[in-house]
Design a protein around this ligand. Structure first.
Ligand SMILES: CC(C)CCC[C@@H](C)CCC[C@@H](C)CCC[C@@H](C)CCOC[C@@H](COP(=O)(O)OP(=O)(O)OC[C@H]1O[C@@H](n2ccc(N)nc2=O)[C@H](O)[C@@H]1O)OCC[C@H](C)CCC[C@H](C)CCC[C@H](C)CCCC(C)C
Ligand SMILES: O=P([O-])([O-])O[C@@H]1[C@@H](O)[C@H](O)[C@@H](O)[C@H](O)[C@@H]1O
Ligand SMILES: [Mg+2]
Ligand SMILES: [Mg+2]
Length: 189
């Protein structure tokens, strides 16, 4: 909710990065695939217990995630399949990163699982409520950008801090689940 507001502020920078990509003939879907590969690499680095490298890779992957849509809009190539691909790959990214953290024993697997469940529910609620006609449900304390940035910040602090990032993201994600549930109820009842 908070970070989403800054989309417009960074649009100019993102467009500057995207222009050469457009000239090189890169398609939005190809950029989406590159973003996913970076997320998978980040998950692998978490598994190897390299949280700083993992967070840096995840940060670049998140930037690439912002570039695919920017490229699509700038070149008039937005597509419904692209939107579906982007969202689906976001879920694969969210899940594998937490799986890598759990496999690398950087956080208790039960905490990683609850955080995973909360994160997925947040996204699912939005998708399902919007399908039911709620209108845009981009509400709540920890949308994806917040969840990613918190996890990256704690990862940059070092291996022993990743677990706190997972706990905080989990708690905030579950608060967001309740917030979205409430707003969906208000709009759909
Ligand atoms: C001040 C300067 C010196 C530096 C400025 C440089 C900027 C370039 C930095 C910007 C970085 C930032 C954007 C990336 C990091 C944010 C990240 C952590 C959060 C997650 O990002 C998600 C991102 C993208 O979301 P979406 O995928 O939903 O959006 P789009 O892809 O744009 O649109 C989807 C839409 O497009 C169409 N489409 C898509 C794909 C496709 N194949 N076909 C398509 O048609 C379709 O219509 C789809 O529906 O969100 C980006 C916005 C974000 C919320 C803004 C956050 C701003 C914040 C202030 C950034 C702080 C970043 C900071 C560097 C973090 C440091 C933290 C660190 C130290 C841990
Ligand atoms: O709902 P959430 O997890 O905060 O945020 C997510 C968005 O950041 C993302 O751009 C979109 O593709 C997802 O489907 C999802 O909605
Ligand atoms: Mg994107
Ligand atoms: Mg994405």
């Amino acid at each position: 909710m908070v970070l989403n507001r800054y989309r417009e502020n960074v649009r100019g920078y993102l467009e500057a990065i995207v222009k050469p990509l457009a000239k090189a003939g890169l398609t939005p879907n190809a950029v989406t695939v590159i973003g996913l590969l970076l997320s998978l690499l980040s998950a692998y680095l978490y598994y190897l217990r390299e949280p700083r490298l993992a967070a840096l890779t995840l940060l670049i992957g998140s930037l690439v995630d912002a570039l695919d849509g920017t490229l699509a809009r700038l070149t008039g190539k937005t597509s419904r399949f692209g939107a579906f691909l982007d969202s689906t790959f976001d879920r694969i990214s969210d899940g594998t990163v937490l799986f890598g953290i759990a496999l690398g024993s950087l956080a208790d697997w039960r905490a990683a699982f609850l955080t995973f469940m909360g994160s997925y529910l947040v996204s699912y609620e939005r998708c399902r409520a919007e399908l039911a006609g709620s209108g845009k449900l981009a509400v709540g304390i920890a949308e994806r950008a917040e969840r990613l940035i918190i996890l990256m910040l704690f990862s940059f602090l070092g291996a022993e801090y990743v677990r706190y990032g997972v706990y905080i993201v989990g708690i905030l994600a579950w608060i967001t689940v309740v917030q979205r549930f409430y707003v969906a109820y208000q709009r759909l009842k």
